[in-house]
Design a protein around this ligand. Structure first.
Ligand code: 6AU
Length: 250
């Protein structure tokens, strides 16, 4: 983030490998992190991963596979390491729901820790009516605290610093990242329950670190316009980084 002066993560939710790679090559210079949903690519083969890794080196960003694991430890370890996608072999970061309890982290850590990967826990979701509130969010934060060798942060809508802490907990050296999806400068939401807030609200007012932006950058159209994608990436990068600089100088 510091090296590239950006706290923007672009979520590349498109179904054709060609569009997927074209968007990543266009936004690459402006992001710290590229977020993928690898299982929505219709013409996937292992060359997509080779190219993604080349772009990660070319543009100096990390890769975050948004897999949202949600099963028992043994199953998630297999899903993370094996199958068609072999996620652990290329994704620097992945994420998981807290719903199965600490064993999901144990299962993923058995694969991810030896590879020096990082895990993000979903503590709060952006969608309308999400059940990730109150004691659920607190327990997700406690699960992270118990595995700081592997859990590096949260998907959340607010800073999680003191959430779920008990008296006497030493939080002084705690430094979890908070990645916020549901960020848009133009729309307030979509027709399927997504809710958007601005980078200013998310980073400055609510203390999140990284903004995750998908359709706000590449739109909905089937016709990819890389000039417009580049313009929007620059716009979100400035909005996110300005809000971040304001927050850290407070
Ligand atoms: O900007 P959008 O709405 O086009 O895309 C947001 C992206 C999607 C979601 O799967 C993801 O962010 N997301 C997540 C993540 C990152 O885990 C959690 C959540 O609560 N809301 C959300 O939108 O790829």
């Amino acid at each position: 983030m510091e090296r590239k002066q950006t706290n923007l993560s672009v979520s590349v939710d498109v179904t054709k490998a060609k569009d997927f790679l074209a968007i990543i090559d266009t936004v690459g210079p402006f992001v710290c992190l590229i977020k993928t949903h690898i299982d929505i690519i219709e013409d996937f083969d292992s060359t997509v991963i080779d190219r993604l890794q080349e772009l990660s080196k070319k543009h100096d960003f990390l890769i975050f596979e948004d897999r949202k694991f949600a099963d028992i430890g043994n199953t998630v370890a297999l899903q993370y390491s094996s199958g068609v996608y072999k996620i652990a072999s290329w994704a620097h970061i992945t994420n998981a729901h807290a719903v199965p309890g600490p064993s999901i982290v144990t299962g993923l850590a058995s694969i991810g820790v030896p590879l020096q990967r990082g895990l993000i826990l979903l503590a709060e979701m952006s969608s309308k009516g999400a059940l990730t509130t109150g004691s659920y969010t607190e327990d997700a934060v406690r699960m992270a605290r118990a595995r700081r060798d592997f859990v590096i942060g949260f998907i959340a809508q607010h800073r999680m610093e003191t959430i779920g802490a008990s008296e006497g907990d030493d939080l002084a050296d705690e430094d979890f990242l908070v990645l916020a999806p549901g960020v848009g400068l133009d729309a307030k939401g979509d027709a399927m329950g997504q809710q958007y807030r601005t980078p200013e609200e998310v980073v400055l007012a609510c203390g999140c670190d990284i903004i995750i932006v998908g359709r706000g950058i590449y739109g909905k159209s089937d016709q990819l316009n890389t000039e417009s994608v580049e313009e929007q990436a620059k716009r979100y990068r400035s909005a996110g980084w300005d809000a971040y600089k304001k927050r850290v100088s407070l």
